[in-house]
Design a protein around this ligand. Structure first.
Ligand code: NAP
Length: 285
């Protein structure tokens, strides 16, 4: 199969396009022929080695995708060859910048006909992360006020629509967080100084969720607020929640800029610039 992969850590230029061995479905797995895979904010951090040094090369990046089941491993009863599916790779696994991937069937969801492969790929990890942060971690309630930091990003755009759908008052900002105060909840997708400023806008008892500050939430500089780190696990119910939110019109798929897998270097340059709209998606076939 063709894939975009790295043979060492480094800048966008370390991304290569070429042949890699076809994956095989182990017990409990399916092989999916990928139609679309998305670029996530985390991908260039992995490429650079910023989120830990990889021990095995060549390494195929990419955490979410949509495609068609082409092989079914032993013990898989609920998926068949030909099923259109989408998924987020298991924690600690990647490999979606490729024509094929083997993945645990239990964390794959069926893609409805109403959602294109490009939209499903664009929504997967961003939607899963937003749902885990807004619903599971912050437990956002109707009538509450939430500040969502970095509103133009993939995760934040989904989170804004979800929070509105839940009946919350949503404030989103890039750098003007100083003018905001008395928030019940904050969802920070930016990290660094922006994350730390979250604590100044919260009311006593407020809670904040952080996904761009590493494995731990930053420590609050006051004792009357809670800092949380969402646990973004992989499972089918969260993917089905994405499908339901889109089907009900609560969340719209993002604007997707399409690339071929052979253009991975360009796509990563854009992703790394951090200033673009919507999602970057590889149209694999
Ligand atoms: N499992 C997890 O924990 C998990 C899952 C998904 C993502 N993440 C992390 O969450 C972060 C966001 O991911 P993503 O895929 O949504 O990334 P993305 O689409 O690249 O979005 C990042 C956004 O941050 C904004 N931004 C950059 N610098 C900023 C600043 N100084 N102040 C305010 N906003 C700023 C940018 O908006 P402007 O263009 O307006 O500056 C951009 O839209 C990444 O760090 C990623 O690694 C974690």
């Amino acid at each position: 199969m063709k894939a975009a992969f790295i043979e060492r850590h480094g800048g966008p230029e370390v991304l290569k396009f070429g042949e890699m061995p076809d994956p095989v479905a182990a017990s409990g797995e399916v092989v999916v022929d990928i139609v679309a895979a998305s670029v996530n904010g985390a991908d260039w951090k992995v490429r650079e080695g910023k989120s830990g040094q990889l021990s095995k090369f060549p390494y195929i990046l990419g955490r979410d995708f949509s495609g068609v089941v082409s092989a079914v491993g032993e013990g898989v009863r609920d998926l068949r060859i030909g099923d259109e599916v989408f998924a987020v790779c298991d924690v600690g696994q990647e490999g979606a910048y490729a024509e094929k991937i083997a993945i645990k069937a239990a964390i794959v969801a069926k893609k409805p006909d109403s959602l294109s492969h490009v939209d499903a790929a664009a929504l997967s990890l961003a939607g899963l992360t937003a749902i885990c942060a807004i619903e599971d971690t912050l437990k956002l309630q109707a009538g509450e006020t939430i500040l969502i930091q970095g509103g133009a990003g993939g995760v934040a755009s989904f989170a804004i629509q979800l929070a509105k759908h839940l009946g919350a008052r949503v404030i989103t900002t890039a750098s003007a967080s100083k003018i905001v105060r008395d928030c019940d909840a904050v969802f920070d997708t930016v990290g660094g100084d922006v994350a730390q400023r979250s604590f100044t806008v919260m009311k006593p008892g407020g809670r904040a969720a952080f996904i761009a500050s590493g494995a731990q939430a930053p420590k609050p500089d006051r004792s009357d607020v809670i800092a949380l780190r969402p646990n973004v696990g992989r499972d089918r119910p969260h993917l089905e929640r994405i499908v339901a939110l889109v089907a009900s019109g609560a969340v719209r798929p993002p604007e997707a800029t399409r690339y071929r897998l052979s253009e991975a270097v360009t796509a990563h340059r854009v992703s790394e610039s951090r200033h673009f709209r919507g999602k970057l998606v590889f149209l694999v076939r």
